[in-house]
Design a protein around this ligand. Structure first.
Ligand code: ATR
Length: 286
């Protein structure tokens, strides 16, 4: 990597904590490959200082930053504008500091999710999806799928959260078939055989609880299904293994992590991101 000098552009990831992030490895590898004099830094910002953190980007000449847990909502009130997409998802994961000094909030999770599907040849337009979970990640996934006309069933442990996500989506996509259900073996058994795509947005199966899965052991998994587990650590989750063993197509959270990162990288630099390098760097950092 070239030396840091007076022309080095700086971006980073704002979160609390940020010690375990793999984003610096992924983005810096991409800068190096592209021959860009840029650096990506961890930016630990205490929840009491989110506004100062955001304004600090402009003051210190940052090109922008990613935003992660727990600040994806909190940053919104400190920005000059928020894209319609980020507004609809209700969260900002990328800030772009424009050359005119305006700071714009974006959300690249939805495009990252759709790009991951496209790379694997899955065309979600007009298909049926079951989304497990109704938290922040589910909102981005559901918005992405709704925007291309996928009918969606949201299954969540806490039914009221699934209901409120469906109400929000229905106000944006009034003609789309949507429904909410409790996440149970019985509802999965009833709904998943009718679906083309199953997405896990819950934290089940995330390290260190790698032996857990949102898919019940006793239920057969339809081989015609595409299964997308948003969990990226481990790179192959138990759910992905279950899918693979059933003959279904299994996709993992690392793909979405990379494509949401690539979309942010492209917003900042205006260049096409070297995605393969980002995959390798993210895997190595995990
Ligand atoms: P994220 O931003 O990653 O989506 P989140 O907003 O905390 O994180 O959402 C976590 C999701 O995982 C929720 O859908 C949560 O279900 P509840 O709304 O019922 O809390 C789901 N989840 C977490 N642990 C779970 C478990 N043990 N069983 C089922 N669902 C679980």
């Amino acid at each position: 990597m070239g030396a840091i000098n007076g022309n080095t552009r700086v971006v980073g990831v704002m979160g609390w904590p940020v010690e375990h992030t793999v984003s610096p490895a992924m983005h810096n590898a991409a800068f190096q490959t592209a021959g860009l004099n840029w650096r990506y830094l961890p930016l630990p910002v205490h929840p009491d200082r989110v506004g100062q953190g955001v304004h600090g980007l402009l003051a210190l000449g940052f090109a922008g930053c990613n935003v992660t847990v727990p600040h994806k909502q909190a940053v919104m009130e400190h920005l000059d504008d928020i894209t319609a997409e980020a507004q609809a998802i209700g969260a900002v994961n990328t800030i772009l500091v424009q050359t005119d000094g305006r700071m714009i909030g974006h959300n690249t999770d939805a495009t990252g999710f759709l790009r991951s599907l496209a790379e694997r040849g899955f065309r979600p337009e007009g298909t049926r999806a079951v989304v497990m979970g109704a938290g922040g990640a589910a909102r981005a996934v559901a918005y992405a799928l709704a925007s291309v006309g996928t009918s969606i069933k949201i299954l969540n442990r806490t039914l009221s959260r699934a209901e409120s996500l469906v109400v929000d989506l229905a106000s944006l996509f009034p003609t789309l078939p949507l429904c909410s259900l409790s996440l149970t073996p019985a509802t999965l058994h009833q709904e998943v055989p009718l679906a083309d795509l199953l997405v896990n947005t819950t934290s089940l199966g995330m390290w260190p609880q790698v032996e857990r899965s949102a898919w019940p052991e006793e239920l057969p998994l339809p081989p015609s299904l595409t299964v997308f587990d948003l969990v990226y650590n481990p790179v192959e989750t138990k759910l992905m293994r279950q899918a693979r063993e059933a003959g279904a197509l299994a996709m993992g959270g690392l793909e979405m992590l990379v494509y949401q990162g690539a979309a942010a990288w492209e917003l900042w630099t205006g260049q096409k991101a070297p995605v393969e390098v980002m995959v390798t760097a993210a895997k190595a950092a995990l």
